[in-house]
Design a protein around this ligand. Structure first.
Ligand SMILES: Cc1cc2nc3c(=O)[nH]c(=O)nc-3n(C[C@H](O)[C@H](O)[C@H](O)COP(=O)(O)O)c2cc1C
Length: 178
């Protein structure tokens, strides 16, 4: 039995995620792409992973530079998600969406207003199916505005948090790290 890409997208669409913009440097030029395929992989050493379609425009830049940053978006940054996903807007993705940014501690582009950012060095690239998995060591991370609600993605639409409640995990101590 084969599962079509549509069936897989529909099923996986029920798995709600946050939304990030992954940034990299092409020489001195910042580039960015919207990504929700992000996973935390290891705490010691600190490793995360992103999955990119091998045809994404930013793949050659990340392959050449061996570095990327993950910027976790707030609800107010939905326009950045659209633009960095290649929406027909002005300024467009070729112009870094006109997004305000600053160099992080490793020099990677960090978007102003991101809830959190992680600056990474690629440790392993795994070509898998039509995607490439980039396992990377986190060299620096920064917390922005804790109170800002994250932009969420669910069933191919943005999901906004209204009247949200949170609940403790059974048997786990509360920790600021979350
Ligand atoms: C919310 C959201 C999440 C996305 N997550 C990913 C992802 O994890 N990996 C990926 O390769 N593309 C992802 N995309 C798609 C790319 O951002 C977008 O299709 C791509 O930038 C199109 O440009 P390109 O194919 O010219 O590079 C996502 C798009 C959106 C809107």
């Amino acid at each position: 039995m084969t599962v079509s890409s549509t069936d897989l997208r529909t099923a996986m669409g029920h798995f709600a995620t946050g939304v990030t913009v992954v940034t990299a440097l092409d020489g001195e030029r910042p580039q960015g792409i919207t990504v929700n395929a992000l996973a935390s992989v290891s705490l010691e050493p600190p490793l995360i992973m992103i999955a990119l379609d091998r045809k994404r425009f930013i793949v050659p830049t990340i392959d050449a530079s061996g570095r990327y940053a993950v910027n976790i978006l707030t609800e107010d940054q939905q326009w950045l998600s659209d633009c960095f996903a290649g929406a027909n807007v002005s300024p467009n993705r070729d112009a870094f969406c006109g997004a305000p940014w600053h160099p992080g501690v490793t020099g990677l582009p960090i978007l102003e207003g991101a809830i959190a950012s992680l600056e990474c060095v690629v440790e392993d690239v795994l070509p898998v199916g039509d995607h490439r998995l980039y396992v990377a060591r986190v060299e620096a991370c920064a917390d922005g505005d804790d109170a800002a609600p994250p932009l969420l993605y669910h069933r191919r639409r943005y999901l906004r948090i209204e009247r949200a409640t949170t609940a403790r995990l059974a048997g786990k101590p509360e920790s600021p790290a979350g």
